[in-house]
Every structure is written in structure tokens, then in C-alpha cells.
Design a protein around this ligand. Sequence first.
Ligand code: 2F8
Ligand code: CA
Length: 135
Amino acid sequence: QMVSQDWKYFKGNFYYFSHTPKTWYSAQQFCMSRNSHLTSVTSKSEQEFLYKTASDFPFWIGLTKTGSEGNWYWTDNTPFNDPSLRFWIPGEPNNAGNNEHCADIRFPLLMSWNDASCDKTLPFVCKRPYFPSEP
Ligand code: 2F8
Ligand code: CA
């Protein structure tokens, strides 16, 4: 598997930091066209990698809501069930205007997630697993 340019490696995954603002859904479509998803965040160190590596804020991550209950889920199917791995800004998510169903990383800080309107156009980060190929 070729190590592509523009993708940054961190702990078993490659990440693409796009500077082209897109709606959340268009950003996810772009990531899927590159065999990836908007990034999930599965550890404190991954959250730190994302905010320390990014240069454009806020940017979309792969967290959105489903159903009438409005439960948050990761679009790459990573389970979202560990309360210690939720990096919301204090006071968020606040579902402002009852229209904030997608999450972004707003500041270069640990506690930096905000819920925002999915129709906003923001830079975004794609993530895809690295599968070492057989020799
Ligand atoms: O103060 C928090 C609040 O800030 C903005 O609204 C004024 C954000 N809006 C957008 O990012 C569109 C809210 O999501 C955020 O909660
Ligand atoms: Ca909000």
C-alpha cells in the first residue's frame, strides 16, 4: 500500500486535514470517496493529535445524531459509549436553535467539541485505517 502524501499517520490510522470548507454531509461524502470517514475520536491522545495538528478551526469531525432520541454516533461505526471520551466544550452540546446535529472541534484545546448546524461549511478531517500489506 502506497504511503500517500497529504495524509498524516497517527497510531494505526491516516488523517487528511482538508482546508476546503464543506457541509458536514459533503465532507463525509468526500472522505468516503477517499476510502475514509470523517474522523472519530477514540482516546485522549487522538483528540490531542487532532487539535495539535490542525491549523484551521473549527473543523468537522464524524460525530452526528440519529433518530428521535438524538443519540450521538460516530459515522465510522466506532461505539460512542465511554463518557470519559467525550471532549465537549463546557455547556455544549446545546443544540442551539434546535438545529445543531453535527459536531466540530472549535478550539486547539482538549475540551473543544461543539455541536453546530450540519449545513455550516467548515474544513474537516478524514480518517482511514492503515492496513499493512503482506510482503
Ligand atoms: O456560545 C456557544 C455557541 O456559539 C455559537 O453560537 C453563537 C455556535 N454556533 C455555531 O457554531 C453556528 C453554537 O453552536 C455554540 O453553542
Ligand atoms: Ca452548540
